[in-house]
Write a protein that binds this ligand. Structure first.
Ligand code: ZN
Length: 485
């Protein structure tokens, strides 16, 4: 590439690509990023910097240009990642991927999912599945990532929301049948359970109550080094609680198979956002039934014991967690193999060594809001005045915005901005209550301060990306030691 033509522009050196006689490089000019194309610029929208056809063309980072670039450079398209250990890097702001790439590069046995947002997150941030995927793609292009990466359509609850993710090219679909899990069944009497069983959608389950009893009742299942048994109550509870969820997951899967056609994809099943933990017997029932219904999946997220609150470490008994996880991991190996998926998986530092040891590489670590918190840490360093305004709003909004989240922070423990010096501000991102208060109020904060917040991060992107790299090193390194991980 004739770099002379790029004079006056800031070049992202890792982005430089020479491919089929055309050169591509990401540049910045006056705060805006552009794709510069030298050579065959067919299809790209943008402005030529000179009169002849060989002139460099400066192309804005539009959806059209993202699509054309993806067409040219195959490694910019997400792909299924299979059973490799993997990590999901949700990015609500669309600016974090370069930091994620740097951490992923150091953890080369872990396959990254750089695009990952749920319908709920998109609603709160006002982004579309295509924007999320494009933002991730530009970020990994900036850093020169050429290894396989995935795109996760997270927490899909109905078929109605699937099509936009399919059209955008997502490769990993997380089905959340949580609305069809009957939490009452967790404590219901056997009589009540029998009524619930009677009312299950037996046709959709391709099954009958008699068939269910025959397959499970009073039988022992040897699952690696464990034995699972189903007496009448255990079976009734599992089927009453998860039967409809199994039917819904199978329906969602068939819809996806139909919509994806020839395009390869992988499925995750997640029941993590339910009120009660998934017992090993219930996990076995779910997986065994999905298999009977010919559903294929690559990972499954049970609702584990203990509390997986947003943005903070695991809360619960580590010995109990370990004992349960050992059973879940054995089931995942025996009935799959498939990966166990840890949702709200960020910042759970006390359990990572246990998870790494027991899953032996059959693991997916899903994170989302923690990258937003690192963005706020960058703001606290680079623009204390803005951070003070964000903190004040977060304190105001917390009691309302926390409604749909698992958090236990107490507002009284989060200091008001007036009482803090600038130097104290970044430290709030290490404090339990402040982390959660800031975490769950992101929708309100983006509504009010979105433009300023993004502008500050763009201006100080190196600060942000360095913080992310460090933060995700801490997350990924426990999974890197020895064995398959
Ligand atoms: Zn989840």
């Amino acid at each position: 590439m004739d770099l002379e033509q790029l004079r006056g522009l800031t070049i992202y050196p890792h982005s430089v690509v020479d491919w089929n006689d055309t050169s591509f490089v990401l540049v910045r000019s006056g705060g805006e990023k552009y794709l510069s194309v030298l050579g065959d610029a067919t299809g790209f929208e943008g402005q030529a910097l000179g009169p002849d056809p060989e002139s460099l063309r400066l192309c804005p980072l539009t959806p059209v240009n993202a699509a054309v670039l993806r067409e040219r450079l195959p490694w910019l398209r997400p792909v299924p990642l299979g059973l490799r250990p993997s990590a999901g890097f949700g990015d609500r702001l669309g600016l974090a991927t370069p930091g994620h790439v740097r951490a992923a590069r150091r953890a080369d046995s872990i396959a990254p999912i750089f695009a990952q947002q749920s319908v709920r997150e998109n609603a709160r941030t006002g982004r579309t599945p295509q924007q999320v995927l494009d933002d991730a793609m530009w970020g990994l292009f900036q850093e020169g990532w050429r290894e396989p990466w995935g795109a996760d359509a997270d927490h899909l609850k109905t078929t109605a929301v699937v099509d936009d993710f399919v059209a955008a090219g997502y490769t990993f679909y997380t089905i959340d049948p949580g609305d069809h899990v009957d939490n009452e069944a967790h404590t219901a009497s056997l009589e009540a359970l029998k009524d619930k069983i009677h009312a299950l959608p037996w046709a959709d389950l391709e099954d009958s109550p008699e068939g269910l009893h025959e397959r499970y009742l009073d039988r022992h299942f040897e699952v690696q080094n464990f034995t699972l048994e189903f007496d009448q109550t255990t079976l009734a509870r599992a089927a009453a609680k998860y039967g409809r969820a199994v039917a819904h997951t199978a329906a969602m899967y068939r819809y996806l198979v139909n919509r994806m056609g020839e395009k390869p994809f992988e499925l995750e099943v997640s029941v993590d956002e339910t009120e009660t933990p998934t017992s090993p017997e219930e996990h076995f029932y779910i997986a065994n039934e999905l298999r009977r219904l010919r559903v294929r999946w690559v990972s499954l997220a049970p609702r584990f014991v203990g509390r997986f609150e947003k943005g903070v470490d695991y809360i619960g008994d580590l010995d109990e967690f370990e004992a349960e996880l050992a059973r879940h991991a054995a089931i995942a190996r025996a009935l799959g193999p498939y990966k166990l998926s840890l949702h709200s998986g960020s910042d759970k530092f006390s359990i990572y060594p246990i998870v790494a040891r027991l899953t032996q590489g059959l693991v997916h670590l899903k994170t989302a809001g923690t990258s937003y918190l690192e963005a706020l840490r960058a703001i606290a360093q680079a623009n204390p005045a803005l951070f003070r305004e964000i903190l004040a709003l977060a304190r105001e909004r917390y009691e309302t915005d926390r409604a749909t989240y698992h958090v236990s922070a107490q507002l009284a423990r989060v200091p008001a901005p007036d009482g803090l010096s600038d130097a104290d501000l970044p430290g709030l991102l290490d404090q339990f209550d402040a982390r959660q208060v800031l975490h769950v109020t992101f929708g309100s904060v983006l509504d009010r301060f979105g433009d300023r917040l993004l502008a500050t991060l763009r201006e100080h992107e190196e600060t942000y990306h360095t913080l992310l790299e460090y933060h995700f090193d801490l997350h990924l390194s426990p999974f890197m030691g020895g064995g398959e991980l």
